[in-house]
Write a protein that binds this ligand. Sequence first.
Ligand code: 13P
Ligand code: SF4
Length: 373
Amino acid sequence: MRLQTRLPDDYSGASTAELSARIARAKATLGDRLVILGHHYQREDVISFADARGDSFALSRFAATRPEADFVVFCGVHFMAESADILTGDHQQVILPDLNAGCSMADMADEDQVLQIWSELAQVTDSDRVVPITYMNSSASLKAFVGRNRGAVCTSSNARSILTWALGLEGAADVPGGDGDKVLFFPDQHLGRNTGFQLGYGASEMAVVDPRRPLGGLEEREVKGSSLLLWKGHCSVHQRFAPSHVEAFRRAYPEGIVISHPECSHEVVELSDEVGSTDYIIKAVERAPKGAAVAVGTEIHLVDRLARAHPDKTVLSLDPLVCPCSTMSRIDLPHLAWVLEGLLEGKVRNRIAVDPETAADARVALEAMLAIA
Ligand code: 13P
Ligand code: SF4
């Protein structure tokens, strides 16, 4: 589906130098009325204009701390812009420079599918004891579903604390809700599984829910015997990393360090030295000793930036043939210039506005996350 209109030639045909100058001029004119947020996976030329860069957790927090900004331009993907809209004030408008910047993982769970699975689960287990947890990488409507059902959002940097709370484990945050017998975790099975293993659950206590099959393709006894019901979704960028990549790197650099994102499969995570969100990965590379070889299992724009920032270390992609996140890459200088110059002309282009009812319920789930983590 094509949501984004084609840009005028004045943008698509302009040189990088010209676009950079025009963006800088628009930024200076808009001053404090504008804040530009950039996710770590953004291209170098785009992220250089960000007032704040971060992982999805840090950016969702940052958006809420700039009430003076009338316009929040989110250089990231759709679900991040929606979360920023939910967490910012009514007077603030959130803009996504290219409407086709979605997330294929977020698209793997929609509200109808989740409602269907939820009602099927209720026929075989006490749904009051099932806590729904959605990864930040999901639509606002799913966050709203979670908010209405006593659950919380999580990100890759806080999934452990959120699941500890949801399952009432030792050390759980003292925040109302949570304390269930089971979690329905969507849409990323890998983040759910990796966190489940970290918390000490075994493979037999986790089951994959396939939304295309009745009761997720599970037997009643499998639902009853599982603590973590993991939605069958994945990130196509992170799922490409394989144990063979880790083995090849270790053969080439026996003393090397492997750092991966928890959206990678458990087989890769198990073989990694460190695992964490994009912010965590940045800190882990900083901590690595001078001269170290570091293989990073995440999106290539971040890996390349880390390699440039640490010329005293050998920073490589864990998969030498890794592809970029194609939707993140849609945000480019022409689209950024187009939305900013629109603001100068009094036109708000590509506004992401979540309807008030959905936003109110989704805010409950996001605020639960902020209170827990
Ligand atoms: P982070 O929360 O680590 O920034 O990850 C977001 C994402 O989309 C990873 O693919
Ligand atoms: Fe979505 Fe994967 Fe891209 Fe992250 S890297 S935005 S999870 S498709």
